[in-house]
Design a protein around this ligand. Structure first.
Ligand SMILES: [Zn+2]
Length: 126
């Protein structure tokens, strides 16, 4: 017999007073039969517990991997005038690029805009 925590679902001992995982009060929880989890059921259990947001975040995390080669290519491209603007626009408009690259491109774009504004201001002051 075990006590399933009503808050987090952790399977505590039958004589447990508090949940070992989240310290929820288990004094009023009636002990029940232990749920035997085999490998296939465990996967289902995991998927059911996973929120759609959590699942998509994990997927995005996988997608956020940018290879070293890609970073080198982008760094070289961003060092070349005019080409860098084309590359930034391509990264920002392409739906296939991941969020890490997009955020990097946005950051570079903002820095570029600040640079242009500062240069313009300096020219105006002179
Ligand atoms: Zn708990």
């Amino acid at each position: 017999m075990i006590k399933v925590c009503p808050k987090c679902g952790y399977q505590n001992d039958e004589d447990a007073i508090y949940c070992l995982q989240c310290l929820e009060d288990l004094k009023n929880v009636l002990p029940g039969e232990e749920v035997k989890i085999n490998s296939t059921e465990f996967t289902g259990y995991n998927t059911n517990n996973m929120s759609p947001l959590g699942h998509s975040l994990q997927y995005e995390h996988y997608n956020d991997d940018v290879s070293i080669g890609a970073w080198i290519g982008i760094s070289i491209a961003l060092g070349i005038p005019i080409i860098n603007i084309i590359v930034l626009i391509w990264i920002l408009t392409s739906s296939s690029t991941n969020r890490t690259l997009k955020n990097y491109a946005i950051a570079q774009f903002i820095l570029m805009c600040i640079g242009i504004v500062l240069t313009g201001l300096l020219l105006l002051i002179r």
